[in-house]
Ligand binder design. Structure first.
Ligand SMILES: [Fe+2]
Ligand SMILES: [Fe+2]
Length: 236
């Protein structure tokens, strides 16, 4: 069916009322996320320049390209990911929480550019973005998830599964590198940004995972079993 055939003009529009919250997890998550709000511009990444200059070319290459990969994944989240999740909300408060998450994904994606602009030359930055926009395995990872988000026929609960996988282990494989340097007392301010992102991702993953469980309760036993048997083959 075409979009214009589905469209029926609204007679009323409902104002969001935070004094009547049907799911207290929405309120608790909103409070947690707004409490831990941060911006990349407040972290003094330039204090890591001495550490950076001590790294050899291989280490610098690795750091730059790991962050290129993370930029791509946070871009997927901030664009296709949260837009998809907002198509399947149960409450207006859930939309508000997802708006918050969507904005923070844009902050995450931008924060890597803050790191690049401090540590890398313009030519290096161009090379990193050309790499992340074309590298086969990275693109495989990003497009596999993004295509699930963008497919209007895809089960909204499976989109939540893809989201939680991305929020958790697919991101964490990229976080290893900055945390490795932190373990060696290097690039501490870069690591501070990563720690803030990690703190957000753990709330995002928990919240979306919870909303998945809520959605599962509405499914038949057979559908629930099919979901448990689901063989999601996501690229690592
Ligand atoms: Fe993120
Ligand atoms: Fe996230």
């Amino acid at each position: 069916m075409k979009l214009e055939e589905e469209f029926k003009p609204l007679k009323k529009y409902k104002a969001i009322n935070w004094n009547e919250v049907s799911d207290m997890i929405d309120k608790a998550t909103w409070e947690k996320l707004t409490e831990q709000f941060w911006l990349d511009t407040r972290i003094p990444v330039s204090n890591d320049l001495d550490d950076w200059r001590e790294l050899d070319d291989d280490h610098r290459w690795t750091v730059g390209h790991v962050f290129g990969g993370l930029t791509l994944l946070d871009t997927v989240q901030s664009e296709a990911g949260l837009t998809a999740l907002k198509q399947d909300v149960k409450t207006q408060h859930e939309t508000a929480v997802l708006n918050n998450i969507q904005f923070m994904e844009s902050v995450h994606a931008k924060s890597y550019s803050t790191i690049f602009s401090t540590l890398n030359t313009p030519d290096e930055i161009d090379e990193i973005f050309n790499w992340s926009d074309s590298e086969e395995y990275l693109q495989n990872k990003a497009t596999k998830i993004a295509n699930m988000y963008l497919d209007p026929e895809e089960d909204p609960l499976k989109k939540k599964v893809a989201n939680v996988f991305l929020e958790t282990f697919l991101f964490y494989s990229g976080f290893y590198t900055p945390l490795y340097y932190l373990g060696h007392n290097k690039l501490n301010n870069v690591a501070e940004i990563i720690k803030l992102i990690l703190r957000d991702e753990s709330v995002h993953g928990t919240y979306i995972g919870y909303k998945f469980q809520v959605g599962m309760h509405d499914r038949t036993e057979k559908q629930q079993q099919d979901m448990k048997d689901l063989d999601v083959q996501l690229p690592l």
